[in-house]
Design a protein around this ligand. Structure first.
Ligand code: GUN
Ligand code: FE
Length: 426
């Protein structure tokens, strides 16, 4: 952590008023301590001249699989259940400690260089300690956990099939080692894969452990019609009704996808305060469907965004997800539906709410963590839209190449294109 003074910036605060201001940001240690104009340099501060630059809260991606980064391109053009059975499960089963570490590091590098500062990540069954090591070394903020798969399934490789007690014990061991590590930058999240992969005793125990430790549960639900049919056949219930029946539907639950919901399920998501992670790129590429995000926002369901695993849409870039989240709704619902501000909110403060850190990240305000990105929006591909709302400019025309600096917990992880973990040892 350094003491940093960012000068002369356009600042998209995402505070309650969503103010856009021009000025300076003072960072001391891990915190934003002052925002103002003409702030004087103090002591040993590193000064970043952000004239003609835009500072934004770092993006918060609420559904990522770092363990899948190396699988990009393997299984393009398959739908979800075939993609899992034929490609992803055998590949996850084949991970060793080293491949998992590099898969995680490669994914994190991609995330940091595209302005993402916090992730909710799901690993594979084995070697998750190595993903945590990559997270710890990289400096990214993360909630992560080993995936849990204790239901016998002839379609899944033997190496991914666990005993219930062992799955729970390994999860708790990782939690005790990593939860709260590095100034609280790392947290544990229980990660049962989805209902199809998990037994009822495991899911019930996950619910009680998450309450006891006060940590999140991160899983997939209602992504694909075939998945929903299998859940119905196994449990006699619709997916989210079943999760609610087990007590899992609450404010600690982060639920990826939620493409296919009925009215009862929408009511459960709203009434229990569940956080939905919308993954538009993945939902399109795996032919899962188009989630009704305008309807969810209308129903006051908490929404945030995630790129899912790298092979789900072939990149981990939040600019891509924001743009897709906006444009896929427009043909059916009209041009003002899912406007730029709505998706930018999902990418920042919505994600902060999902991870239970609304008072610490997701906006640029005094007292919050210094998690932010500095963008250069004066490039050819944004020209000549200088005088439009900068949030609109970011959502519809910015790219990852416009990110110049990424700061997490007051630490510069990338600056002028140089990535700390690759250019310099931590
Ligand atoms: N459902 C269960 N496992 C997965 C996974 O790895 N990716 C996606 N997109 N959906 C899943
Ligand atoms: Fe996923």
């Amino acid at each position: 952590m350094a003491n940093i003074l960012i000068k002369h910036a356009e600042i998209i605060t995402m505070n309650k008023q969503e103010d856009i201001i021009y000025g300076d940001i003072r960072i001391k240690g891990d915190l934003i301590v002052e925002i103002g104009t003409s702030l004087e340099v103090k002591g040993d501060e590193l000064v970043i001249d952000a004239k003609n630059r835009t500072v934004i809260p770092g993006f918060i991606q609420t559904h990522i699989h770092l363990c899948q980064t190396l699988f990009r391109g393997k299984g393009d053009d398959l739908e979800l259940m075939d993609w899992l059975r034929k490609r992803i499960w055998p590949l996850e089963a084949a991970h060793d400690e080293e491949s998992l570490y590099y898969s995680a590091m490669l994914g994190i590098g991609e995330l940091i260089t595209s302005g993402t500062t916090t992730i909710v990540d799901m690993e594979t069954v084995h070697h998750t300690d190595y993903a945590f090591q990559a997270i710890a070394k990289s400096g990214i903020r993360a909630l992560s956990g080993k995936v849990m798969m204790d239901r016998k399934n002839p379609d899944a490789p033997a190496a991914l099939q666990e005993e219930t007690a062992a799955s729970l014990q390994e999860s708790v061991d990782l939690l005790e080692k990593w939860n709260g590590y590095a100034n609280g930058r790392i947290q544990y999240a229980f990660s049962p894969r989805f209902v199809i992969s998990c037994t009822e005793p495991l899911l019930r125990e996950v619910q009680s452990l998450s309450a006891r430790y006060g940590v999140k549960v991160h899983t997939h639900a209602s992504e694909n019609l075939g998945e929903i049919e299998l859940v119905q056949a196994m449990t006699g219930m619709r997916n989210i009704v079943y999760l609610d029946h087990l007590g899992l539907a609450n404010e600690r639950l982060i639920l990826a996808h939620c493409v296919w919901l009925d009215e009862q399920e929408k009511r459960i998501l709203r009434d229990r305060g569940v956080h939905v992670s919308h993954c538009p790129g993945s939902n399109l590429k795996l032919a899962s469907g188009i989630a009704d995000t305008p309807g969810m926002l209308h129903d006051h369901i908490h929404l945030s965004l995630g790129a899912d695993g790298a092979p789900c849409n072939n990149n981990l870039d939040m600019f891509n997800e924001m743009r897709l989240a906006a444009v896929i709704q427009k043909p059916a619902h009209g041009p003002t539906t899912m406007d730029a501000r709505s998706v930018f909110r999902m990418a920042t403060i919505g994600g902060a709410k999902a991870v239970g850190m609304e008072d610490q990240i997701g906006s640029i305000e005094v007292g919050k963590k210094a998690d932010l990105a500095i963008l250069n929006l004066y490039n050819f591909h944004t020209f000549p839209s200088y005088d439009v709302d900068p949030i609109s400019r970011i959502v519809y025309s910015a790219t990852r190449a416009d990110v110049e600096t990424t700061i997490v917990d007051g630490e510069i992880l990338m600056h002028t294109g140089r990535l700390k973990t690759i250019d310099k040892e931590v």
